[in-house]
Design a protein around this ligand. Structure first.
Ligand code: FAD
Length: 568
């Protein structure tokens, strides 16, 4: 895809720059690091280098023009490639006309819906509401519960469990702080835990139903499938006519073909969230986010938890330093973590599981949780053939599939399997389906969080990724030096900021510590708005807050963290 060349923000006060001259012509090949153009700010003149090899496919602003910082001034790309029509080149107010997506409006009756959404999860219900807000006549088909995986079997149930775990940990700290609890022994009543979780889920599912009702979305219960002429059949019998379709079928648990996997003692994340006991011992197969969060919860409820992970670290998508730190903390709390460990076989004997792994002793456990990832749920595709990529529905940046007029936001396209990414993809799909393709889902700055105790969160590049492409400088500050964290018995972890040495551009922020999942949103805003390290430091952060750790980590990038001892 074409790479934008933008007017850089080369200083804290720089708001615009003048193009002195382009050193390359349109159609000319440019090597990474070669000077593309010269610009002048009110203070300095500088050369702008190409960030990667490519052809200069367009110049949007010519010699002598003055341009605000971050505005696109040209594009690099493949030979003969067209410049993208979205984003800066196509303002939202005047969308590019729908091209491919025009096709299924043909031959539809006046009664046809403008949009039918299949699936009522984060991608589906948000696209239905967005489409209704934009004036569309909308229906939504859901085969199970509104709210999808996230509300019913994912984000919300796990966070309800993890809040219970937090309460238990806090009870553990109480005695150190002079709060005397007479009988410190506790048991976890899983029937009550399930009841609480279901109450939380029902509140939120009811909220989604209410929102859809308020926007006039017709909700149909049943399995939706797409017919050859791009309408939707509900439960194989009720035909709903529509001009456009949003297929937001989401994902389901992924299974592996290992002998013994069929044992009823091996659970999926769906099963464990309905289990009304705390198993004495629990093996977690897969040390990704879901496995580690549920491992944390059940370890705190009283299970002896062992995690088996094939890779060399848990939560491998996270920054290596953060992942290592999290492992140490969890091990200190009693979790056994086996990395570089491959599952071989599961044997059920005497009502227990014997789990065989390559090159290590067998592990015995009462139950196991299989958490190795998720695969798209393709039940809705019906009679239409879509282009797939490793079982995921392929979409372009407009969320449109290979079949014109059918969009597929959310987990079903496997791009970013997170609820908040699904929300954004759903909005973009609805906007494009109704108004023609113009809105783009930019997902590279989607924050991610793990709700362990302490939490972990990240946005942007990891240190390893950043070092591959940039000359970086790192800032770090520990929660151990933060007043609020110390006062709250939460002085564990750090914030790490990765910035580009040349322009002070923030490339990534990684947190392990209290409220990390909340704090990361400040970092997302900073990166999205292209606020430099120096500019961030102009913002006064309240005291005492956990956010001051973020502030100090940014200051540390420049060696200016006031609450860090002088570096030798
Ligand atoms: C245990 C767990 C914890 C998680 N925690 C988090 C978290 O903390 N934060 C986060 O961002 N993400 C989390 N996720 C991921 C998150 O749940 C998903 O990314 C999100 O739900 C994807 O939304 P979606 O709408 O694409 O799909 P889904 O939520 O899967 O919704 C799809 C819906 O479509 C319905 N459907 C499918 N096919 C049809 C059909 N043919 N007809 C009718 N209906 C159909 C399904 O019943 C379902 O309701 C978690 C996931 C799991 C499993």
């Amino acid at each position: 895809m074409a790479l934008e060349v933008i007017m850089p923000k080369a200083g804290v006060d720089m708001t615009e720059g003048q193009i002195v001259q382009w050193n390359k012509k349109v159609g000319e090949f440019v090597k990474e690091g070669e000077v593309l153009l010269e610009i002048m700010t009110d203070k300095v003149s500088m050369e702008l280098e190409a960030e990667e090899d490519g052809y200069l496919i367009a110049i949007l602003k010519g010699d002598g023009e003055t341009v605000p910082v971050t505005e696109v001034i040209g594009y690099l790309g493949e030979e003969g490639e067209n410049i993208p029509t979205a984003g800066a080149a196509a303002p939202e107010a005047s969308p590019a006309p729908a091209t491919a997506s025009a096709s299924n409006d043909d031959n539809k009756s006046d009664n046809a819906y403008d949009i039918i959404v299949i699936g009522g999860g984060p991608a589906g219900y948000v696209s239905a509401i967005k489409a209704a807000q934009l004036g569309g006549k909308v229906a939504l088909v859901e085969k199970s519960e509104l709210g999808g995986t996230c509300l019913n079997r994912g984000c919300i149930p796990t966070k309800t469990y993890l809040h219970n775990a937090e309460i238990i940990e806090n009870i553990g700290h109480a005695a150190n702080r002079g709060i005397v609890i007479e009988n410190p022994n506790f048991t976890v009543d899983m029937d009550k835990v399930l009841e609480t979780k279901n109450k939380v889920v029902n509140t939120l599912v009811g909220g989604v139903a209410g929102l859809l009702r308020s926007y006039g979305v017709d909700v149909h219960k049943g399995i939706g499938t797409i017919t050859k002429d791009k309408n939707v059949l509900v439960n194989g019998s009720e035909l709903l006519e529509t001009k456009k379709i949003i297929l937001a079928g989401g994902s389901k648990v992924s299974k592996i073909n290992v002998p013994g996997m069929e044992s009823s003692l091996v659970m999926t994340s769906d099963d464990i969230l309905e289990m009304n006991e705390v198993p004495e011992s629990l093996v977690i197969i897969g040390g990704g986010v879901v496995g580690i969060e549920l491992g944390q919860a059940f370890m705190t409820f009283g299970s002896k938890v062992t995690v088996i992970e094939m890779m060399d670290r848990i939560v491998p998508a996270m920054d290596a330093e953060v992942s290592k730190n999290l492992r140490l903390i969890l091990e200190r709390k009693g979790m056994t973590i086996l990395t570089d460990t491959k599952l071989q076989e599961i044997i059920e004997e005497d009502g227990k599981l014997r789990i065989k792994v390559e090159g290590k002793d067998d592990i015995t456990a009462n139950k196991a949780l299989l958490s190795i990832g998720r695969v798209p749920d393709l039940e809705g595709i019906g009679d239409v053939e879509f282009e797939l990529d490793r079982g995921r529905i392929k979409v372009n940046e407009y969320m449109e599939t290979s079949v014109p007029g059918i969009y597929a936001p959310g987990d079903i396209n496997g791009t970013k399997m997170l609820a908040h990414a699904a929300f954004r993809m759903g909005e973009v799909a609805a906007e494009n389906a109704l108004k023609g393709n113009h809105a783009v889902a930019k997902l590279n700055l989607t924050p991610a969080a793990i709700y362990t105790l302490p939490e972990v969160a990240a946005v942007g590049l990891t240190e390893e990724q950043a070092r591959e492409k940039y000359d970086v400088q790192i800032g770090k500050f520990n929660f151990a030096a933060n007043g609020r964290a110390i006062a709250s018995d939460a002085a564990q972890g750090f914030v790490k900021v990765i910035a580009d040495k040349k322009y002070g551009e923030v490339l990534g922020v990684h947190i392990i510590g209290p409220a990390a999942a909340e704090l990361i949103n400040e970092a997302s805003t900073i990166i999205e708005m292209e606020i430099t390290v120096e500019e961030m430091l102009k913002t006064i952060h309240g005291h005492p807050t956990f956010s001051e750790v973020m502030y100090e980590a940014f200051a540390d990038v420049l060696g200016l963290a006031v609450h860090s001892p002088k570096k030798k």
